[in-house]
Design a protein around this ligand. Sequence first.
Ligand SMILES: C[S@@+](CC[C@H](N)C(=O)[O-])C[C@H]1O[C@@H](n2cnc3c(N)ncnc32)[C@H](O)[C@@H]1O
Length: 289
Amino acid sequence: MSCRNLKVKGKSNESVKPFLRWAGGKTRSTPFLVDLLPSNFPSTDVYYEPFLGAGSLFFYVEPQKAVLSDNNKDLIGCYRAIQKNPDLISECLNQHLAETCEEYYYRMRQEYNHTKPSISKAALFIYLNKTCFNGLWRVNKKGEFNVPYGFKEPPCLPSKEDLRKTSLALSNANLLHKDYREAVKDAKKGDFVYFDPPYPPLNGTSYFTHYTKERFTKEDHVELALLAKELTKIGCHVLISNADILFIRSLYEGAFNICELEVTRWIRADGKRYKVGELAITNYDVKNE
Ligand SMILES: C[S@@+](CC[C@H](N)C(=O)[O-])C[C@H]1O[C@@H](n2cnc3c(N)ncnc32)[C@H](O)[C@@H]1O
């Protein structure tokens, strides 16, 4: 099924903008994804988003009950800090903004890698994300953030009002630092699960972006498809975003609806750039009205 003619719902001015830039973030696809939500959404029960990243779909739809998770510990630490202390984070961000420059960025990057989870670490996470090259999150084998400076001055940091709105949107959310398999263990009939995993390697096994020390491999994609089938048996509504490549199609064809979105993105692999289409895969019928 192709979704190229779907009517895109406008985003309400009230919706909260994601506070991070995130590789593979779904800001551009979200208006299309919203039209592919189950027909009874938002009366579906709990909203699960186990590959949270910048949470584009979550902030767009702001469901009442949500379980949001990611296996990036610092990312979840940052969400939790905003949920509880938006004003304190805003104060720290103002200090970073006052001093920002290339030398300051590298000093803060080093400080970040030696700081224990705290409000300052959460603010540093946002500062680095907005100031580094392309908003990438990449760590070395020791788990240290190592993305170079992005030459963007001044960085566009969220305001106090943005952070307060974000905190409000997150007020009922359960934020978990977990692998996606663990994170959906309690999902039950009537719940909605949105999976947005890292794209598979297009060539060999190399990725330009390493979200965490552990890589998301081809085998992980096979396992994710099996989990989606398990959740289908339980009666959950499942929506999956992924790259439009034969390998991914082969995992879902037959049992799921496969919809091509009118969105493409550039992926880097083996030092080259590839243009790839995007799929939205559902285990329920999509009404294209
Ligand atoms: C494509 S990004 C999600 C982007 C997000 N939908 C957005 O709009 O910004 C994939 C996310 O999956 C997380 N991730 C990778 N492997 C994971 C795993 N095994 N379990 C849970 N999260 C994982 C990464 O840390 C990353 O944040």
